[in-house]
Design a protein around this ligand. Structure first.
Ligand code: BGC
Length: 733
């Protein structure tokens, strides 16, 4: 049996070199030497009072009686430093999509990357690394040294309110992309988190719901995504989630924090709580290192109370020292003490180009009946709905980013203290303007879509009708179903009936149903496409950019196909942004129903035909895959050729799936590679296969059974080439 740590180091080396990640951008590179030794030396010099300084922070926004100290930059959080020892304060901002706007309290703007699912749809770790570096650069220039990014919870339910902050439904895909984004952030000497640990898949009752799932299933799904992201990105911090996992609060979960994260994975950074997720002092013993946003908890646990416990109880004393060392270690490893954030001008133009790049590679063309790309024949164009005359939608909650000048349109959904972050806000990037700019000679009209008859009349007079449909999603609230809200399904059906050249552009937080699909000529899934979303959409519609996004989630054909057709708690728990319920209210969510068979694996197991499969996306060119060879080894390698057999340059995502093990049929993404090809160009791809994806987790180990394993290359889970088989010996680690 190979030891787990040895195996992990070997895997990283083998897989890193096989992916030819440039040495300079690997997670472990560029680090100041020996952060552990420095952390230990500084911690030793701390007085007892100083030891409970960096163990807690406040929410850096006026909320309740806690006064925000002068000089603190308003944002998500603030942790005081210890100037005597040169320990920097932590200035924390959300999140994965850019420096969040927090309702405009700072009176500034930032570059919004497209949503997490759009980033996931790029299947392009290098691009995400660039995106991470871009938003971290902005964070630094605004004075922050922590970005609460790295959202990689697996999409287990398309109704999950925060799906737009996450990358997809597959652990390898989310882990590799999330790890790359984190590495990009930290390359700018800004600490990144990875969050929300773990299985924070829906928002209903988010403060108390209990995710119930067996150990093996969890290790092979959500935890595997975190494990891979941590190996790849080496984040300074892990943010534990609000919810409970198998009974215990995620932030006071001994098994998850002390057991899996710190013992089994050897994680050396620190665990910070989510804001308002600490319920007891003993969370410190369970593995939590820092209490964040403490005014949202019932009290400050990790201050005087912790100091007092450390004086009386050896276990707390040892933990307190460890907590400090872990936090310091991350500061030194990422270098935030050397590369101080300094307020500096931001090149928004350059950064918007990165956001546009992500959008152009992450938008997914789902249907095209010879209408796209648009040509000069489209002389009369009717643009309908979705505030397309003003901007593109963004998601709500703490992760919301807005550009300079704030949102183009903000439609309130609630009043009260959260009104600003819960408004349906649009980025200042108008698809209508971008379409007009691209087709200056065409007669382009716009209709809001509020009245179906009005939209239909405009569509009838046009050569092409482009309907923009939106589904606003937010942290704190789940969608009740998979329809498009505000009667948009009816609007699309009527417009498509009136004009056979109807193109639907979806700006959705997650998967939706499309009852009108067969009537349309084309559908483009644009997610929340970020700061330059309008331009990216127009570039794809007119063929300046060849679409190359592939779905990172399965689109179901109905809710009945989901593991839980009824959203748990939807009939008992009142929608509540903070996630509280009535006193004593509980909610168990049974994730053992699908276990590790998340998303496409669930569909495959039940022979259910989705509306659109995982991995799917159309292009304006064609790709052919050559025969697959599996090269054996500790890290086996999949080798196959991709040829662009069409007439345009484009990018393909070669996807390799495990389709059979000695135990029988299965379906599992084991590797992928995105490649750009000119017409006629052929390239041989080599994709390493992480052996964990060939194994099952049992009794504390990964186990591979001896026998034949079958693999297939595909352009989605529903379009797989004939499989090839290879025998492997039994292995355990
Ligand atoms: C969210 C976190 C976020 C934190 C700080 C919480 O409500 O769950 O993702 O980082 O707030 O704003």
């Amino acid at each position: 049996m190979v030891r787990a740590g040895t195996m992990r180091r070997y895997l990283l080396l083998a897989m890193g070199s096989a992916l030819s990640i440039p040495a300079a951008s690997r997670a472990q590179s560029n680090k100041p030497s020996d952060p552990d030794a420095r952390a230990a030396a500084v911690e030793k010099q701390m007085t007892d009072a100083e030891r409970v300084t960096i163990t807690h922070g406040i929410m850096a926004m006026q909320y309740g009686p806690t006064k925000i100290p002068g000089g603190v930059i308003l944002g998500a959080g603030y942790v005081e430093g210890i100037p005597r020892l040169g320990v920097p304060a932590l200035a924390e901002t959300d999140a994965s999509l850019g420096v969040s706007y927090v309702g405009g309290v700072r009176n500034d703007g930032a570059t919004a990357l497209p949503s997490g699912l759009a980033m996931g749809a790029t299947w392009d770790p290098d691009l995400l690394r660039r995106g991470g570096a871009t938003i971290a650069g902005e964070a630094q220039a605004k004075g922050f040294n922590v970005l609460l990014a790295g959202g990689i919870n697996l999409v287990r339910d398309p109704r999950g309110g925060r799906n737009f902050e996450y990358l997809g439904e597959d652990p390898l895909h989310s882990g590799l992309l999330g790890g790359a984004a984190i590495a990009g952030i930290q390359s700018r000497h800004v600490i990144s988190t990875v969050k929300h640990f773990a299985i924070n898949a829906v928002e209903t009752g988010r403060q108390f719901h209990n995710a119930v799932i067996g150990d093996a299933a969890l290790r092979m799904s959500d935890l595997l995504a975190f494990e891979i992201a941590i190996e790849r990105g080496d984040p300074g911090s892990v943010m534990c989630a609000y919810n409970r996992v198998n009974g215990a609060s995620a932030c006071g979960n001994d098994g998850l924090l002390n057991g899996v994260l710190k013992r089994d994975w050897g994680y050396k950074g620190f665990v910070m709580s989510d804001w308002g997720a600490v319920h007891d002092l003993d969370f410190a013993l369970k593995g939590l290192d820092q209490q964040s946003g403490s005014q949202l908890d019932t009290k400050l646990f990790f201050g005087a109370e912790l100091a007092d416990a450390a004086r009386r109880d050896k276990r707390y004393k040892a933990r307190l020292s460890d907590m400090n060392r872990r936090i310091l270690r991350s500061m030194y490893a990422v270098g935030i003490d050397k590369f101080l954030p300094t307020k500096a001008p931001i090149d928004f133009e350059a950064n918007a180009r990165v956001a546009q790049d992500v959008a152009e590679r992450g938008l997914v063309l789902l249907r095209n009946r010879d209408v796209l790309p648009l040509t000069a024949k489209a002389q009369r164009i009717a643009v309908i709905g979705g505030y397309a005359d003003s901007g593109v939608l963004s998601g709500g909650g703490s992760s919301q980013v807005q550009g300079v000048g704030g949102p183009a349109v903000a439609i309130p959904t609630v009043g009260g203290p959260f009104a600003a972050i819960l408004a349906q806000s649009y980025q200042r990037s108008s698809p209508l303007d971008a379409i007009v700019a691209r087709a200056p000679k065409a007669d382009v009209v716009f209709r809001s879509g509020r009245y179906v008859a009005d939209a239909v009349a405009a569509a009838k007079k046009a050569d092409v009708a482009i309907v923009f449909a939106t589904q606003w999603m937010t942290e704190g609230l789940d969608a009740p179903d998979l329809s498009l809200p505000d009667g948009q399904d009816t609007l699309i059906a009527a417009v498509a009936e009136a004009n056979p050249n109807t193109i639907v552009v979806l700006e959705t937080g997650s998967q939706v149903l499309m009852p009108w699909l067969d009537k349309t000529a084309a559908v483009l899934e644009a997610w929340y496409p970020g700061a330059r979303g309008g331009e990216a959409i127009a570039a794809i519609l007119f063929g300046d950019v060849n679409p190359s996004g592939r779905l990172p989630v399965t689109f179901p054909a109905s809710v009945d196909q989901l593991p839980r057709p009824k959203l748990p708690g939807s009939d008992t728990i009142e929608p509540n942004f903070l996630g509280y319920g009535k006193p004593g209210q509980t909610l168990d969510i049974d994730y053992n129903i699908e276990g590790a068979d998340v998303g496409y694996r669930w569909f495959a197991k039940h022979h259910a035909k989705p509306l659109f499969p995982f991995g799917f996306g159309l292009s304006y060119t064609r790709f052919e895959h050559g025969a697959l060879t599996i090269v054996p080894g500790t890290v086996p390698m999949a080798r196959f050729a991709v040829t662009n057999t069409g007439k345009r340059s484009g990018a393909d995502v070669g996807q390799v799936y495990l389709v059979g093990t000695p135990a029988g049929e299965t379906l599992r993404l084991v590797g992928f590679s995105k490649v750009k090809l000119k017409p006629g160009e052929r390239r041989v791809l080599e994709v390493p296969i992480d052996p964990r994806l060939l194994a099952t987790w049992k009794d504390g180990h990964w186990n591979m059974t001896a026998g034949m394993f079958r693999f297939a290359v595909g352009s989605s889970t529903a379009a797989l080439d004939p499989p090839v088989a290879i025998g492997f010996a039994a292995r355990k680690w």
